[in-house]
Design a protein around this ligand. Structure first.
Ligand code: HGY
Ligand code: MN
Ligand code: MN
Ligand code: MN
Length: 395
């Protein structure tokens, strides 16, 4: 595919939700709804019926998915606050363009082929990553999902317009999928070629940290009399960074809220979210344990308390080895590499044969405005995805 052809379709989606400081495409917010409209238009242009499943995921089909053994390609539209534009949308634009290439090559799929857009992959609105794919795959309690509310108190059902009684596993849909392939911008700088294949997703997760102390006056309370949860919180941020470095893991504490959040009052509580990841499960477990122990010890000294709650934990995802090796060989021995980023593919991989393709990101930056991929590499990604779809669906 010529880079300018990729750029032409990319240019119809990329401006949606782009702000001065990155993208703000939260699930079922106006920009993400506009992306869903874009999805329906692209599908209609290709004569592909569209459906929204019970968990809010979008599907467009070539052929009858009821025939089973479908090959599906896709990703997500939503972003982190101030995110980059390629994380997610690149996989969906590339899927539609790859289908165009199949048609131009005169290839007619012998199996149903789908394009999917999964809901709330980043978890930016409701706090749980891969919400739509987890619900579909039975990896998230539907009642827990129905109880979720965004920071404005809006429920998942209110935001999506879905029936909360419908949230949950979709075994019939999964049974009809023979393979899922997600193309994604690389979120790092390890990929030295335009396209690569994922070997695994690091185990990772999110833990909610709740620090409780004593709210008091910032100006009159003696230092010796304070039980300041912000102090314990600050110490825990440093501890997480240190423990991660010691283990070669990754740890960040974000999404912070102090109550009250005032300049002249010591907060009564501080909440933050630990995002921790590591190349293997025991290292991740050790990292989270160390952070928890250090925070608890410090709380004892500060006269505060800390509660650590696992929000969503994803074990290591080893992609289907046969499929992974088959695609790497098909694409001429492209690099095969792990990723520390979570993906819907990591959830689907627990239920159907799944693979991931990466497109080089020269900046290595992601979840920030600097996220980037050249039109040339993106066009190479479309070509690779078309080769994969031809191999899996047209033979
Ligand atoms: O958070 C992640 O790893 C992914 O980008 N959603
Ligand atoms: Mn992301
Ligand atoms: Mn993503
Ligand atoms: Mn006062």
């Amino acid at each position: 595919m010529k880079p300018e052809r990729f750029a032409s379709l990319w240019g119809t989606l990329a401006p949606i939700g782009r702000g001065a400081h990155g993208y703000h495409r939260f699930a079922w917010s106006p920009p993400e709804l506009a992306c869903r409209d874009w999805f329906a238009e692209q599908a209609a242009e290709r004569g592909m019926p569209v459906e929204t499943d019970r968990n809010g995921n979008l599907w467009a089909w070539l052929g009858d998915p009821g025939a089973g053994d479908a090959v599906v390609a896709g990703s997500h539209f939503d972003s982190v606050p101030g995110g980059g534009g390629y994380d997610g949308p690149l996989g969906i634009v590339s899927a539609f363009l790859a289908l165009d290439l199949l048609r131009e090559r005169g290839l007619t799929p012998a199996r149903p082929v789908g394009v999917a857009a999964f809901a709330e992959e980043e978890g930016s609105r409701f706090g749980i990553a891969c919400l739509g794919s987890r619900l579909m795959c039975g990896a998230l309690d539907p009642e827990r999902a129905a109880a979720l509310r965004d920071p404005d108190g809006v429920s998942l059902a209110e935001a999506s317009g879905l029936d909360p009684a419908g949230f949950g596993p979709d075994p019939q849909r999964l049974a009809g999928i023979g393979a899922f392939v997600e193309l994604h911008v690389e979120q790092g700088r390890a990929l030295t070629a335009p396209v690569g294949v994922a070997s695994a997703i690091w185990p990772h997760g999110r833990w909610r940290l709740e620090f409780a102390g004593e709210g008091n006056h910032a100006g009159t309370t003696l230092m010796a009399d304070r039980h300041d949860p912000m102090l314990t919180f600050a110490y825990t941020v440093l501890a997480a960074n240190k423990e991660a470095r010691l283990r070669g893991g990754h740890a960040t504490i974000g999404r912070v809220a102090a109550v009250p959040n005032a300049t002249n009052a010591i907060p009564a509580s501080v909440t933050g979210w630990l995002d921790a990841r590591a190349a293997d499960q025991s290292t991740l477990d050790g990292l989270v344990e160390a952070v928890t122990v250090r925070a608890t010890e410090r709380a004892g000294r500060d006269g505060t308390s800390v509660a650590v709650t696992a929000e969503s934990v994803s074990p290591v995802t080893g992609f289907d080895a046969a499929l992974r090796d088959r695609l790497a060989a098909l694409l001429g021995g492209v690099p095969v590499l792990p990723t520390g980023a979570g993906h819907d593919a990591g959830v689907l991989a627990t239920r159907v044969p799944t693979a991931m393709l990466f497109v080089r990101n020269p900046t290595g930056v992601s979840h920030a405005p600097g996220e980037y991929a050249t039109d040339e590499d993106c066009a190479a990604g479309v070509g690779a995805l078309a080769d994969v779809l031809a191999e899996l669906a047209c033979r």
